[in-house]
Design a protein around this ligand. Structure first.
Ligand SMILES: [Fe+2]
Ligand SMILES: [Fe+2]
Length: 200
């Protein structure tokens, strides 16, 4: 399960593909249980998905993408890697909104679905466009794999420590007013709308 993966010995591309596969399994699990399961189990699974994606994005941004920029000639790597960086921004934006969304919101399942589709699109580009180019570059896949595994382990143990302290965003947010969370999930327009109803 998450946080207990053994990445030792995996080269960079194997490690990242393994991460992609794991998160895909979590999305499938969500899809199969979303109708029949209680809200807290859904919320836990979504927290797990968001944490896994956050760690994955961090190790790619800190280690893998810079190494790929170095390894590929500009005409092969620049556009792909710029696009990947922008897609990570969008992913983080969707994750951030999902992390504060109330699980009982009628749009919650749709939010998870949109995240899964966006992840699929991004992963497809990495695995089918970027990885093949790197396989034929002189990137030291084994050495980068070791760096990724080490950073991943550090980030995961930091996450589980903060979860233990009860300081994770999701845990901390459960006590918040539901209306407040719902306003954040639906954006400023809904918040302003709610406020104007309250003052009239
Ligand atoms: Fe990525
Ligand atoms: Fe990735």
């Amino acid at each position: 399960m998450f946080g207990m993966t053994n990445d030792a010995g995996r080269n960079a591309l194997e490690l990242l593909k393994h991460d992609h596969h794991e998160v895909d399994e979590l999305f499938k699990q969500y899809e199969s249980m979303k109708e029949a399961t209680d809200d807290s189990a859904k919320e836990e699974l979504v927290a797990q998905i968001c944490e896994a994606l956050t760690v994955h994005a961090q190790i790619e941004e800190a280690i893998f993408y810079p190494a790929a920029r170095k390894a590929l000639p500009e005409e092969q790597g620049k556009d792909l890697l710029d696009e990947a960086a922008v897609e990570h921004q969008t992913l983080k934006d969707i994750i951030g909104r999902l992390e504060i969304a109330p699980v009982e919101d009628p749009l919650y399942d749709a939010g998870v679905k949109v995240l899964s589709e966006y992840v699929k699109h991004h992963v497809h580009e990495e695995e089918n466009e970027l990885f093949p180019k790197l396989r034929s570059s002189d990137m030291d896949l084994q050495a980068i794999g070791e760096q990724l595994a080490e950073r991943k382990q550090q980030l995961e143990s930091r996450q589980s420590r903060s979860a233990g302290n009860g300081s994770r965003t999701r845990k901390g947010s459960r006590g918040q007013q539901r209306s407040e969370r719902s306003q954040q999930w639906h954006g400023q327009g809904a918040a302003a709308d709610q406020q104007s109803r309250n003052t009239h």
